[in-house]
Design a protein around this ligand. Structure first.
Ligand SMILES: Cc1cc2nc3c(=O)[nH]c(=O)nc-3n(C[C@H](O)[C@H](O)[C@H](O)COP(=O)(O)OP(=O)(O)OC[C@H]3O[C@@H](n4cnc5c(N)ncnc54)[C@H](O)[C@@H]3O)c2cc1C
Length: 483
């Protein structure tokens, strides 16, 4: 005979998606929930550190502003004055490592498509045959049908191989730590498919778009924002504003099963909880393990979402010891260049408040779908690798003042071709298990605003299921006996 505590809702996973779910439940007036986190630390992939005046991000360093969820949440949490936009102008230039040197991304380039002709014609990054092939894009017919296409397939078909290999692959694939040959365009950059459908050509669509923007005029806000003290300010503020007695960290969920018309969640400390609703804000392979006993078919669907490993290495230097001008946001490295890093952010140029005035902070990216094994090395080896690569690419031989590596084992969900259909089927199958909800990076976007939105939607679904005020009260004497 065991004792289980009764809850309206149990949320499993205290990353941004789980915390956002709890915050949204609280905003709906519900106090009858418990949030379980296996690690002693809240925030999941969000982790920021302060060392010798540097603000170092281990995981995400910013969020996109075109999806408003993260900015709104920061403001609601009282962090409005801490928001800081990425620097613009020259400080926003991205470089591409090609043929042994860094080339600035041609001005007006929007991910894969140029919005301006002249800078593109002038760049030595793309050969003349490559430019000609791109120009032919206006004659390439629209795709027939709605079949999901990979990023690589789409770019190769419309704009040619050279643009794929030098710009679109490393830039857009890099955002998802993905292999462009496997990444679903529909699930990650659907705007390009819409543009093809609407205008018959990306070049035509882009030129129309940039004309429309220049007629509206005005200064555009930063595309990315962060917090002055690092993104962990966001998860810390969420934790601080949630009721402490509802938060249980350092405790792993082991299994979710059915018990007397409710869900039973067994925990690593030997206790168990009963709940009407369970939100899984864990990586989908963890959710699969938790559901294995209850619904093996569902577990198999969840396990089909592939994850890859990545690593970041942050290095802080005295500015005077770096000869490179570092005028920009950083660089990307096409796979064809045969190097061991995928990108480097010049963090203290991209954002203010990242390094002391006389210093610079650089952040190197390693691994992803095309080179996972590199990200699995120990921290010392990662730092060594990052320093060796920066010596070749930026000529940096100085000893860093700070050096921190973060290994992210199976951390990045892959939105492989067919992802949207797989998720639709998964969600359809979830109807068999009323009261179970999925949130987090694996389903409808891995970015922080997407994860926040997924948490909000889970909370709304719970509120809708129990549109009944009696349930929205936390019960003190809620112990029930499980036979
Ligand atoms: C290196 C890197 C850089 C990134 N950069 C950006 C960026 O700049 N901008 C951006 O928008 N996104 C970025 N992302 C993506 C984004 O950070 C993540 O998608 C997002 O933080 C995931 O949040 P989540 O809550 O879904 O999952 P997680 O943060 O993974 O949280 C899941 C939580 O569940 C816990 N857990 C696991 N198993 C159990 C269990 N059995 N019981 C209880 N708890 C459990 C984990 O400990 C963890 O805390 C980046 C990701 C990485 C790895």
């Amino acid at each position: 005979m065991q004792v289980g505590t009764m809850n309206g809702t149990v949320i499993i996973g205290g990353g941004i998606a789980g915390l956002a779910t709890a915050f949204a439940l609280q905003a709906c007036g519900s106090t009858d929930w418990t949030l379980i986190e296996s690690s002693p630390r809240w925030g999941g992939k969000i982790t920021s550190a302060r060392e010798r005046g540097f603000t170092i991000e281990g995981g995400p360093d910013s969020f996109i502003t075109t999806k408003p969820g993260a900015v709104e949440l920061c403001k609601r949490l009282g962090l409005g004055d801490q928001l800081t936009g990425s620097n613009t102008g020259k400080s926003a230039t991205t470089y591409i490592w090609s043929g042994g040197r860094l080339h600035p991304m041609p001005e007006g380039m929007m991910l894969m498509a140029p919005t301006m002709i002249l800078p593109f014609l002038r760049t030595p990054l793309i050969s003349w045959p490559g430019k000609l092939r791109m120009g032919m894009e206006i004659f390439v017919p629209r795709a027939r049908g709605d079949e999901d296409e990979s990023l690589a397939g789409f770019v190769r078909r419309r704009l040619g191989n050279e643009l794929l290999n030098k710009i679109a692959g490393p830039l857009m694939g890099g955002i998802h730590a993905a292999d462009p040959e496997r990444l679903s365009l529909k699930s990650t950059f659907p705007m390009f498919l819409e543009m093809e459908k609407k205008h018959g050509s990306l070049l035509r669509g882009m030129l129309k778009r940039s004309k429309a923007h220049s007629t509206h005029g005005g200064k555009r806000p930063s595309m990315f924002m962060s917090l002055r003290g690092g993104l962990q300010q966001l998860s810390d503020a969420l934790v601080a504003q949630l009721p402490q007695d509802a938060l249980r960290n350092g405790c792993r969920a082991l299994c979710v099963s059915r018990h007397a018309g409710r869900y039973r969640i067994d925990l690593s400390d030997g206790s168990s909880l009963l709940a009407d609703d369970v939100v899984f804000a864990t990586p989908s392979y963890v959710t699969a393990d938790l559901l294995q006993e209850l619904d093996p078919a569902m577990a198999a669907r969840l396990r089909a979402i592939r994850y890859v490993s990545t690593a970041t290495v942050s290095l802080g230097f005295l500015r005077s010891e770096i000869a490179h001008p570092l005028q920009g946001a950083g660089f990307i490295v096409p796979q064809s260049e045969g190097r061991r890093i995928t990108a480097c952010s010049w963090s203290s140029v991209k954002f203010q408040h990242r390094a002391p005035d006389d210093c610079v902070l650089l952040r190197v990216f390693i691994g992803g779908s095309l080179a996972e094994e590199l990200a699995e090395q120990d921290e010392q080896a990662l730092v060594k690798l990052a320093r060796e690569e920066l010596q070749v690419i930026l000529g940096i031989t100085a000893t860093p003042l700070v050096a921190r590596a973060y290994r992210w084992h199976k951390a990045n969900p892959q939105y492989d071709i067919g992802h949207a259909e797989r998720i639709a089927e998964l969600e359809q199958a979830m109807f068999r298990l009323p009261g179970l909800h999925l949130a987090g990076a694996a389903y409808h976007g891995p970015g922080i605003p997407d994860c926040i939105q997924s948490g909000r939607e889970a909370a709304q679904a719970i509120a809708a299921r129990h549109a009944h005020p009696a349930r929205a009260v936390r019960s003190e004497s809620s112990h029930v006996v499980i036979q």
